[in-house]
Design a protein around this ligand. Structure first.
Ligand code: S3P
Length: 196
C-alpha cells in the first residue's frame, strides 16, 4: 500500500480541487491506482444520493439544493477511510467544506490555464454552469473568483495537456515533500503550499 509514497500508509484522504476541466477525475483515478488507494468521485456520489444526474439536480431543484447535497456528501466522504477524492469545481468554495477538507485531508489544486480549460470543457456539454452562450466569459469569471481560494490548497500542481502520468508524478512528489515536512515539524498548519 502507498508504495509510491514510502512505507507509511497515508492517514488522510487526498482531495483534488480545481475548475471544471482541470482533470480532477482523470488524475485522481490514476493517482489512486499508483498509491493503492480507493478513488471516489464526489459528483458521482451526489448523483447516486439524489438519484438524478447533476444537470437534472440543477434544473429541477436549483443550484442551492445541489450545493447543500454537495456539502453533505463530501462531509460524509471525509469521515470514511482515507481515499482519493475528486470534488466538483465549486466544492472548495464552500467555507464549511473547505474547513473540513483542510482539517481532515491533503488538498491538491490542479491548476490549469484558461485555454486548456476551455478546450477541455468544450468537448462535452454536461456542465450546468457552462450551458451558456458565452462559455469563455463564465470561465474567466470563475477563474477570477475561485483561483484566490483554490490557492489555499496544501499542494498546487499545474495541469497541462501532456501525459497524465507526469501530473500524477508531480502530485506524488509534492505529497512526499508535504508528509516529510509534517513528520519533521509535527505541524501541518505551518506548512506552506508545495507549489511545483
Ligand atoms: C461545478 C463543477 C462540476 C459539478 C457542477 C458544478 C462547479 O464538477 O460539480 O456542475 O461549480 O464548478 P466538475 O468540476 O467535476 O466538472
Amino acid at each position: 500500500m502507498n508504495a509510491a509514497l514510502g512505507e507509511k500508509a497515508l492517514d488522510r484522504s487526498i482531495v483534488l480541487v480545481g475548475l471544471m476541466g482541470s482533470g480532477k477525475s482523470a488524475i485522481g483515478r490514476r493517482l489512486a491506482a499508483r498509491i493503492g488507494m480507493k478513488f471516489v468521485d464526489a459528483d458521482a456520489e451526489i448523483e447516486a444520493a439524489a438519484g438524478l444526474p447533476i444537470n437534472d439536480i440543477f434544473e429541477v431543484h436549483g443550484e442551492e439544493a445541489f450545493r447543500d447535497g454537495e456539502r453533505r456528501v463530501i462531509a460524509r466522504l471525509l469521515s470514511e477511510p482515507p481515499h482519493v477524492l475528486a470534488t466538483g469545481g465549486g466544492a472548495f468554495m464552500d467555507g464549511e467544506t473547505r474547513k473540513s477538507i483542510k482539517a481532515r485531508a491533503f488538498s491538491v489544486w490542479l491548476r490549469a490555464d484558461f485555454d486548456v480549460l476551455l478546450r477541455r470543457v468544450s468537448r462535452r456539454d454536461n456542465r450546468p454552469l457552462l450551458k451558456v452562450e458565452n462559455k469563455e466569459e463564465v470561465l474567466r469569471q470563475l477563474i477570477e473568483e475561485r483561483y484566490p481560494i483554490y490557492e489555499e490548497a496544501d499542494i498546487i500542481v499545474q495541469s497541462e495537456d501532456g501525459p497524465h502520468e507526469e501530473t500524477v508524478n508531480e502530485v506524488i512528489a509534492a505529497l512526499k515533500r508535504l508528509t516529510a515536512d509534517e513528520a519533521r515539524d509535527g505541524d501541518a498548519a505551518s506548512s506552506p503550499n508545495q507549489a511545483i
